[in-house]
Design a protein around this ligand. Sequence first.
Ligand SMILES: [Zn+2]
Length: 308
Amino acid sequence: MNRSLVLILSSLILLSACKGNAQQQVATPAVQLDSAQLIRDLQFLSSPSLEGRLVGTEGNKQARDYIAARFDSLGLAKPDSGRFQQFPARNNATGVNVLGFIKGSQFPGQYYVISAHYDHLGKKGDKIYTGADDNASGSAALLAMAAWFKQHPPKHSIIFAAFDAEEGGLMGSKYFAGNPSVDIKKIVFNLNMDMVSRSDKNEIYASGTFHYPFLAKYIDSIRPLTKIQVTLGHDDSTKGAHDDWTSQSDHFSFHQKNIPFIYFGVEDHPDYHQPTDSFEKVNKSFYFQVCQMIGQTAALLDRQEKLK
Ligand SMILES: [Zn+2]
């Protein structure tokens, strides 16, 4: 990765929240992710040798082992349930979520879950669905954020969840939410990433604030720090089922448990769920800037004593 891609975000954001007469200002540290490592992780996870990472396959296992090895090398702890969480998936396959954990320094009893699914569609005949955008991009972003928070310990406890078997049923996240490694009442927020690496419009959606309007102000305060267009939406069912992404990725499993979420993702592109969703098609500059923005959002949210 070219160093010119490394954008230094402004060092402070001030978020003002008025409570009666008292004004509380919250500073957020700059987030600097490792762009070269991010692209290396993306390239491995979307490589054709993983044959599309379909749940239950050898390529899926290679992706899982890679993510687990990266969690290990970062020194990420395991939740009580362990690094791997197995569950029954379709066609007698066994799905496996990969989990990492950092205990909060100030509010250890409140858990945030940062998530991305690592599975994809596999192969059909000789066509390999490498799923670079969907969702090697979110998985590599998850690793980058885990690395950053390991270096900059969070106030809240954070579970980093690489979910399996999202394609065709959100099965990994459903299992996680039904069998959480901590009391589900302690999970207060989900940040989900799915398709975050390319957009002809230089745009990404932060979805979920229709359901949880109190989260919109945090996105508003991040927006001036990035050249990416960050748009709220795709979460209002009254605009039609096609427009509403509420049930379209793993954040839905948290929403069903009344856990607030923000989902980051781009609009569908011509390569969506096609063999052409490849590493080469990823806009590396856009992708890195998006990851920085999402990291900044996570850091800002972590600074809040309570999300309200
Ligand atoms: Zn996906």
